[in-house]
Design a protein. Structure first.
Lengths: 234, 224
């Protein structure tokens, strides 16, 4: 995969709180991800990683606090359409073919040549041969490739991934690591939640550890990257 | 992409997935057929009683069918979190509702049109002389049911007791539409059929008011 070089965009979370009833999913989270960084969010289940990622996509509205997208000079910009999101679920329709899925989302995004973009992405993720197959017939690894292809349709500057290696075999993890490396090298900002050390976590330029909805360690403030990643696997 | 284009694309997706699996249509048609047949046993098909009760029984059957059809409307979007993908892709979230309620109206109308001949035979009520007028009331009634039902389906899909919640919310909200639709249908099935314009007017107002409310506040129903 050879992604085009993109305009780097960063994210600033300021005093983010997210409450579900009386339960805090996030508590006073302040975090600045610089444009072009590759950041791993680590932490136990329920520590708030998914919520933080979904707030970054604007799928979830924070209870308080603000989120700002930043250009290279840390100036605030509107970047709602520049985010690509790979969730824990595939976010594609099992009842549609691979081609129909990508075409659907390309059309909804208003891309200039949706069919050409869908075909190019299917080729990039190695699913051209299965483009006419229903997604429900795909293996977990193929579904994950579909999820990544869908998230890349609009050539996002910020790529958000929620435990992208879940269910992938070693070959799948290697493919994903290679894909993410190319994205990082192309200047995309990557923020992903991970469990444990892997080929994918090795791409990280920074790691942040969440616990009970709060940031408790950050390599930017002195914590070591291996210690955070090792903790995440515990 | 404009609201109309997004709605058209999403409606295409709804129709493609349904006609590919035929899950909803098959289930609903079989269900409504059983209901209509069971009802028919309780009336003497040659009596005037049949004509008097037929309209309300018909709409009761349609209501059961609608609650069955509307339940999976947003639930299906949850299994793979496709609702999030749609929210990230469309400019105007109302397009998601517009496509779903259009699809629900079409499916409901199709089921009703398939059932009309069966109903006509079993209840000995001639529907073809007033077929055009019946289609109008079926369309307006189905549209009202679909607008309210699609909105409630979005709400109930995120709730814990979702299977119970939808019918619980749907039945009281749809009572005015069902009453109006039944009255108009009753007038059309009379020995001297006539169009009850007051009922038609009420159905149009209901549809416009609920559609406007959905357009204004629908976005909040999709939030997590």
């Amino acid at each position: 995969m050879t992604p085009p070089t993109v305009s780097p965009v960063g994210i600033r979370f300021e005093n983010i709180d997210k409450r579900y009833g009386g339960l805090y999913a996030l508590r006073r989270v302040s975090l600045e991800i610089a444009a072009g960084e590759c950041v791993v969010l680590a932490g136990r289940n329920g520590s708030g990683k998914t919520t933080l990622l979904r707030i970054a996509t604007r799928l979830v509205r924070p209870s308080s606090g603000s989120i700002t997208f930043l250009d290279r000079k840390n100036g605030a910009i509107t970047a709602g359409s520049q985010t690509g999101f790979v969730a824990h679920a595939t976010m594609v329709y099992d009842e549609l073919t691979a081609e129909e899925n990508l075409l659907l989302f390309a059309q909804l995004l208003g891309l200039a040549e949706p069919a050409a973009r869908a075909a190019a992405l299917l080729a990039e993720v190695g699913l051209t041969d299965r483009r006419k197959s229903l997604v429900r017939t795909f293996s977990r690894g193929m579904r994950q490739r579909m999820a990544i292809a869908r998230a890349l349709l609009n050539e996002p500057s910020i790529f958000l991934l929620d435990e992208p290696a879940t269910g992938l075999d070693p070959q799948g993890v290697s493919w994903l690591a290679g894909t993410l490396r190319q994205m990082r090298d192309a200047g995309r900002t990557i923020l992903m939640s991970l469990h444990g050390e892997s080929e994918i976590s090795a791409l990280a330029t920074r790691a942040v550890r969440l616990e009970a909805g709060s940031v408790i360690a950050d390599t930017r403030t002195g914590a070591s990257l291996p210690s955070i990643l090792a903790f995440a696997g515990a | 992409m404009s609201l109309f284009s997004s709605t058209a694309v999403l409606l295409g997706k709804e129709l493609r997935t349904e006609f590919r699996s035929r899950e909803l249509l098959t289930t609903t048609v079989v269900f409504i057929l059983v209901v209509v047949v069971l009802f028919s046993f309780t009336f003497d098909a040659s009596s005037a009683e049949s004509r008097r009760f037929a309209a309300s029984l018909l709409w009761l059957a349609f209501l059961f069918a609608a609650s069955l059809m509307l339940q999976p409307c947003f639930l299906r979007e949850q299994s793979n979190d496709t609702l999030s993908a749609l929210r990230l892709s469309v400019k105007d979230p109302f397009a998601i509702f517009a496509a779903k309620l259009s699809a629900n109206t079409l499916f409901l109308l199709l089921t009703e049109l398939l059932m009309l001949p069966v109903f006509s035979v079993l209840f000995n009520v001639p529907v073809f002389p007033v077929f055009g007028q019946l289609v109008v009331v079926l369309f307006l009634g189905s549209l009202g049911v679909s607008i309210a039902g699609t909105a409630l389906s979005a709400i109930s899909a995120q709730a814990r007791m979702r299977e119970l919640l939808l019918p619980l919310l749907l039945l009281p909200l749809l009572t005015p539409v069902l009453v109006a639709s039944t009255r108009v249908t009753l007038a059309l099935l009379d020995t001297e059929p006539y169009m009850e314009w007051k009922g038609i007017g009420f159905l149009i107002v209901f549809d416009v008011v609920f559609l406007t409310a959905l357009w204004l506040f629908g976005e909040y129903l999709l939030e997590e």
